[in-house]
Design a protein around this ligand. Structure first.
Ligand code: GDP
Length: 195
């Protein structure tokens, strides 16, 4: 019964709109254990290291735009000068560096059984207009992919939440030193994980 770790970042739009408390509550009340918390100005180096510098990641991001544009009959070449998913993904990564440095970010490491599934469920779709009501992105943001692209900026979608078990481990150790992480037992864990 392995517990998983996930990194949550309340991005500058969430911080500037005063949503830190409301968002943190959602992760706490579902039963995930907060094992680390801090507020910091993200450096360019850390943001570059945080989002994978791989064609797989660039392609995933670029294809999000291409799929959305295909549905709406829009031409990616008009904004990006290309319809190559990898090149579009690289452009979005550059935009993310500015976005994540607009203000300090609030960072949280959480832990729990099936933690990754839960943090992604609570976060909602990456594209706010597609995020369901009840999710953090669905309740607190309404950005659209073509609007964001036209304005040469990333989707303003309030939070980052680790997407895979491997990313969760990697991201928590990128943003937190070992002595900033806390090992303790929450009351409800005694029932879920009897020793
Ligand atoms: P996440 O795990 O849901 O945050 O999604 P990704 O890791 O794929 O993307 C990282 C971030 O880049 C997203 O949270 C958005 O802020 C932004 N983003 C992703 N895809 C696009 C896109 O196609 N266009 C724009 N403008 N921003 C995007």
């Amino acid at each position: 019964m392995n517990k998983q770790k996930a990194l949550i970042i309340i991005k500058p739009d969430g911080v500037q709109r005063g949503l830190i408390g409301k968002i943190t509550t959602r992760f706490e009340q579902v039963g995930l254990k907060i094992i680390g918390l801090k507020f910091e100005w993200a450096t360019e180096e850390k943001i570059i290291a945080h989002y994978p510098e791989t064609d797989t990641w660039f392609k995933k991001v670029g294809e999000r735009t291409l799929t959305n544009y295909a549905k709406k009959g829009l031409d990616a070449k008009k904004v990006f000068g290309t319809d190559d998913a990898i090149k579009i993904g690289k452009t979005v990564k550059k935009w993310l560096i500015n976005y994540l440095q607009e203000s300090p970010v609030f960072i949280m490491a959480v832990e729990g059984y099936e933690c990754i599934e839960i943090v992604r469920k609570l976060s909602g779709n990456t594209i706010p207009v597609l995020a369901n009501p009840g999710t953090i992105r669905g309740d607190f943001s309404h950005d659209s992919i073509d609007l964001a692209n036209e304005q040469n900026r990333p989707l303003r979608n309030i939070i980052h939440a680790s997407d895979t078990v491997e990313d969760g481990e990697k991201e928590v150790s990128l943003w937190f030193e070992k002595d900033e992480l806390f090992d303790y037992e929450r009351a409800d864990e005694k029932i879920m994980f009897p020793s």
